[in-house]
Design a protein around this ligand. Structure first.
Ligand code: CP
Ligand code: NVA
Length: 319
């Protein structure tokens, strides 16, 4: 890629790979209606070890909207650490695309890829984190309330990748984060400290009704994540009191919005009446995946010294 001499290589494996101001800039860029074609003539390579509807489609569309060409590969085609090491894939794909996105089980695969890649590596979900989801969540909240600072976001359900990134994201924008999960499915102290490490005002509450009282947003995710499908039956029993239904939304208050990263398991973590109800913002949130992906790619291009034009290919012909 023809980058400026001052270019810096930035990876986004967790939300706090971004400073607060950088996060705000990405949200602003996400709302640019006529973005510069910073990826014209360039590729974006997306690897998926797990299924995806929103992430793959939104990333592919965002790359296209910036003039680039997306290439998506499944684990069956790539085999991270089976057919080829994460490091060798990082080296390889750096020569084909201006950005590498990867959805993996083990987070260390992303870290190892990023350690050797010469283009930005973006976490498209790992067992630990889902930062690109958090960007869309924060964009949606900002559009709902006009600001982020001072909001209270309550996450109800499994203490997982989505919750961890959301909690960290809340801290970066000055929002308070509350979480209520069933016994056995709560964050350990290390994870709570991790969320608090960016200054998040984080509260862990046993009672979901108490946790949502006065919250601006109630957020939930699946009770079992990809790779935990065999735990579905046992988790259903444990999580039932943490289902987001109309009574829980009423406990939050009339102005609270409902968010869910999706896909939803209707009737499990949230009822149809909440998912489809007047306080639900799940579809703007899902559609913001594309806008925030575009904002992130624009910001990454800025870091590489590409304010409006991708520039010429490198001397060795790579882009
Ligand atoms: N929310 C989310 O990441 O959805 P997908 O798994 O469909 O990409
Ligand atoms: N926690 C879920 C999120 C899916 C978008 C999972 O990891 O499967």
């Amino acid at each position: 890629m023809g980058e400026s001499p001052t270019a810096t290589l930035r990876h986004v494996l967790e939300v706090d790979d971004l400073e607060s101001g950088e996060l705000a800039r990405i949200l602003d860029l996400s709302e640019l209606l006529d973005p510069p074609q910073v990826l014209a003539g360039h590729g974006g390579v997306l690897l998926f070890e797990k299924p995806s509807a929103r992430t793959r489609t939104s990333m592919e569309m965002a790359i296209d909207q910036l003039g680039g060409h997306p290439v998506s590969l499944s684990s069956a085609e790539v085999g991270i650490d089976t057919r080829e090491s994460a490091e060798d894939l990082g080296r390889l794909l750096s020569g084909y695309g201006s950005v590498i996105g990867a959805r993996v089980f083990e987070h260390h695969k992303l870290e190892r890829m990023a350690a050797v890649a010469t283009v930005p590596v973006v976490n498209l979900l790992s067992d630990d984190a889902h930062p690109v989801q958090t960007l869309a969540d924060l964009l949606t909240l900002r559009q709902c309330f006009g600001h982020l600072e001072g909001l209270t976001v309550t996450y109800v359900g499994d203490a997982n990748n989505v919750a961890r990134s959301l909690g960290i994201g809340c801290g970066l924008v000055g929002a308070a984060f509350r979480i209520s999960s069933p016994p056995g499915y709560r964050f350990d102290d290390v994870s709570v400290d991790r969320i608090g490490s960016v200054g998040t005002e984080v509260s862990v509450l046993d009672d979901p009704s108490e946790a949502v009282a006065g919250a601006d947003a109630v957020y939930t995710d699946a009770w079992y994540s990809m790779g935990q499908e065999e735990e579905q039956r046992i988790r259903r029993d444990a999580f039932a009191p943490w289902r987001v239904d109309d009574a829980l939304m009423d406990a939050a208050g009339p102005d609270a919005v409902f968010l869910h990263c999706l896909p939803a398991h209707r009737g499990d973590e949230a009822t149809d009446s909440v998912l489809d109800g007047p306080r639900s913002r799940i579809w703007p949130q899902a559609h913001n995946r594309m806008h925030s992906a575009r904002g992130l790619l624009l910001w990454l291009a800025e870091q590489r010294g590409l304010p409006g034009d991708a520039g010429p290919a490198d001397a060795d012909g790579t882009t």
